[in-house]
Structures are given as C-alpha cells and as structure tokens.
Write a protein that binds this ligand. Structure first.
Ligand SMILES: Cc1ncc(COP(=O)(O)O)c(C=O)c1O
Length: 447
C-alpha cells in the first residue's frame, strides 16, 4: 500500500488554528444532559481516574494553602528535586535543573510543541489533544499508524517513510510523540519497538516527546515501561503528571524532564520563556503537594498499587463484555481504557444504519445512554468501527462507593459495578444481535 494511503497525508496548507471543545469534554457534557433527562447512563467517555484524592495528599495541600507567591517559573526546588528522584527510581537519572513544572502536562506539551515548531508525528490512534495542539501551533500533525497491538508508538518503519515523504513535499517535521503506556488503546509498546523508534528519530533528527502519564498504571506489576529516554537520552523529553495515578487531574500539575546536553538546555530556556508568558508558574500550594507525591511515601505507593489493581480488574471485565459481543479487543495492559473494534460485527451494525465509529458512538449514547468516544476522535479514519471506552467512572457515584471499590478484593462483584457490567452486556448483545431491535423496544426504555 502506498504511504499516502497508510499515513494521513495532509495538505501542506497550514492547518486551521481554530479548534472546538476537546472531544472528551464534549462527550462528557452530552452524557450529563442525558443524566439530567433521567436516562440511566454508563459514563465511559471521559478519561478521568474516578477515585478520591488520598487523605495524605489533601493534608499536604491544605497545609500549603498559605503559599501565595508566584515562585520560580520552572517550579519550586523541592518539587523539581522530588520529580528528579521519581524518575531516577525508574532508571532515568535526572538532574533537577532539567525538570520544569506546569499547570498539567497538557500545558507543558503545548508549550513544547510551540517552541519545537514544525509538524509533529503522532501515533494513529493517539490522545485527542496532540493533533489539536499541533493545529493550534499552526504547524499540524502527521498521523502514523502503530504496529498491531502496540498502541502509543508510531510504527518506526512507517514513521521513517512518512517523514521522508513529507519532507520531500517540503513539510517540516521536527518531532514525534510516543505515549507509554497508551491512551486510547490501553496498550504498552515493547522495548524493541521503542528502541527502533529511537534509531529512526536519530536518523531523521526528530525530537521525541514521551508522554508517560500512565506509567504507574501498568496492570502487571512485573512489566516495565521502556522509555525512549533510555535509548535516546539526548533527544527525549518525558512528561508526567498527578492526574492519572493519583487521580488529581483537576489539581493541574504536570512535570517535564528535558534532555541533557546543549539541546536540552536550549529547550529548557525556551520552555521557561513560553511558560513565563502563559502560566507564570504552576499553582504554589499544588506544587507543595506534588513534591510530597513525587517523593513517593509508602502510603501513596500502596494507594497507587491498589488503584492499578482496580483499573486492571474493571478494564479486564469490560474488555470481556466486548469480546463476548463479537468485538476484537486488544487485551488492556495499562490505565483504564479499552479499545474494542466492532469490525467483526460490521454487517449487523450496517443493518442498523451504522457505518462509522462516530455513528456507533452516537447510537450507544442516544439509544442507551452509553458514553464512549469514536476512534475518529483519536485520528482514526471515519469508517473504523473502534471506540475508546474509559472504565474508571464505573467505580461509583460517591466517594464512599469509589473507596469501597479500591478496597474490594474483587471489585467487579460490588453490586453497583456488577450492575453496570450487566447493563453493558445487555446493551452490547442488543446492538450486535443478528436481529436488530426496533428503536422503540430498545433497552433504554427499561433502563
Ligand atoms: C495521554 C495523555 N497525556 C496527557 C494528558 C493530560 O493530562 P494533564 O494535563 O492532566 O496532566 C492526558 C489526559 O487525559 C492523557 O490521556
């Protein structure tokens, strides 16, 4: 197949800098409307960790509430030292001078894309915001398919082909994103793929942005993340945040680890310049709590461990429901996402007028109150019948239920989680049934 058919060959016109509200946030709002209309909903669109903040972290934040000065643009020395320790314990020795904190890793990623400039190669599929941010910078994204079941890393051979072809057409591709582990697929690319990515990045002089926000949520405790920073330290930026493993997305705190050497120092100076003009510094009280979090006291390590096990149990149970309904589902390896492909039941969907991922997500939302996101939100072609299903908002509607889920030996047996799984099973068997159910007789009528 020629390259142009495999990779998203966008025109060399600059992309529009206008962007609508992020797909995840929009789906969340649509689901909220359904809920207000009294429709029983299964909220599986929004990638929020769905767990309460640990009491020790709350205490740290409360104690730091009096910190009202701006502080250094790069973040407080205590936070940078703690983040450096966090990475060092993961086999990435880190100089605190090369750590920059910001209000969420999303803001840091955007700052990085702005200063690196040029187009960015991103995995297809990949997290909704990379391509949207690349469009906002005015340069745009080059989607490169991943290897089968190795979501998060553009197939290195296709990357080399795509970047060379794009450059021949006068396009200026300067960086590549890897998501390890991945959102939307819940998969973790293997070491050999990451090594090859690094070789290709070196050959083509690409900077690597390794988004490792789900690093601590790999389901199997003996499986490790191979960061590109191990194999191409001179050209890899690593980002992470408090949002996922510590379920504190709303606190808005992320950190970036810049490469060593002259290039890394120049990047740091530019990032600080950009940060100083946009956010000045990350919120000071949150920085204090983040320093505590990245120092990894035993109670937080245990908490993250429990969260990891809960995410694994529920993602596994949700994946099993999709598999039973005839979908092809890459086994979830990390985070709280499942990425089923309805291609094997495409004929049955077509009988119901569903021919695209977006139509499938719409059917599930409108008829059943099941919120998901279509693969097209992640850069997949419209006809791909793939959905990103986030499983973590099934843990409960109150902190009490979510804590019980965290404590439970077998969380999928808890009545409210079991009910959601049963409902999902019934919805999926109806949607993929050989005899389509007439709209009026659908499950939505009975809740
Ligand atoms: C892959 C990935 N990267 C980055 C982010 C942004 O996280 P934050 O800005 O909360 O640090 C998210 C959030 O959904 C994500 O899924």
């Amino acid at each position: 197949m020629p390259m142009s058919e495999r990779c998203d060959a966008r025109p060399s016109e600059p992309p529009s800098r206008r962007t609508g509200i992020s797909a995840t946030l929009a789906a969340n709002e649509a689901l909220e409307r359904k809920r207000r209309e009294g429709v029983p909903v299964l909220p599986m669109a929004f990638g929020e960790a769905g767990l309460p903040v640990h009491p020790a972290l709350r205490r740290e934040l409360a104690d730091a509430a009096g910190r009202n000065g701006y502080g250094p643009v790069a973040g407080s020395p205590e936070l940078r030292a703690a983040a450096a320790g966090y990475w060092t314990r993961r086999g990435l020795p880190t100089d605190p001078e090369l750590v920059v904190a910001g209000p969420g890793s999303k803001a840091l990623l955007f700052g990085l894309l702005l200063i690196i400039g040029g187009e960015v190669a991103v995995p297809q599929p990949s997290w909704v915001s990379y391509a949207a941010q690349a469009a906002l910078t005015g340069a745009g994204a080059l989607f490169v398919p991943t290897r089968p079941d190795e979501g998060g890393v553009p197939d290195p051979e296709l990357l080399a082909e795509a970047v060379r072809a794009a450059r021949r057409r006068g396009r200026d591709v300067r960086s590549v994103v890897a998501t390890l582990p991945d959102n939307p697929t819940g998969r973790l690319a293997g070491e050999s793929t990451v090594r090859r990515l690094c070789e290709v990045a070196r050959e083509l002089d690409l900077l690597i942005i390794s988004d490792e926000i789900y690093r601590d949520l790999v389901h199997a405790s003996d499986e490790t993340v191979s960061s590109p920073a191990l194999f191409a330290p001179e050209r890899t930026v690593v980002t992470t945040a408090l949002s996922k493993h510590l379920a504190a997305g709303g606190w808005r705190l992320g950190v970036a680890r810049l490469p060593e050497g002259a290039a890394g120092r120049a990047l740091r100076a530019d990032l600080l310049g950009t940060a100083s003009e946009i956010w000045s510094c990350a919120p000071a009280p949150i920085q204090r709590a983040a320093a505590y979090a990245f120092s990894e006291p035993p109670e937080l390590v245990e908490h993250v461990d429990r969260s990891r096990r809960l995410h694994a149990a529920v993602a596994g149970a949700v994946a099993a429901r999709f598999t039973a309904a005839g979908c092809r589902v890459p086994a979830p390896q990390a985070s709280f996402y499942v990425y089923p492909d309805f291609a094997p039941v495409a004929d049955r969907l077509a009988e119901q007028g569903v021919r695209t991922g977006a139509e499938l997500a719409e059917l599930l939302l409108d008829r059943y109150g099941v919120g998901t996101l279509p693969g097209s939100a992640f850069g997949e072609p419209a006809p791909a019948l793939r959905l990103r299903v986030a499983t973590s908002l099934l843990y409960g509607e109150s902190d009490e239920q979510r804590l019980a889920a965290l404590e439970a030996e077998d969380p999928v047996e808890l009545p409210w989680i079991a009910r959601s799984l049963d409902r999902l099973e019934r919805v999926l068997s109806e949607v993929t049934a050989a005899e389509p159910v007439p709209a009026g007789a659908a499950l939505s009528a009975v809740g």
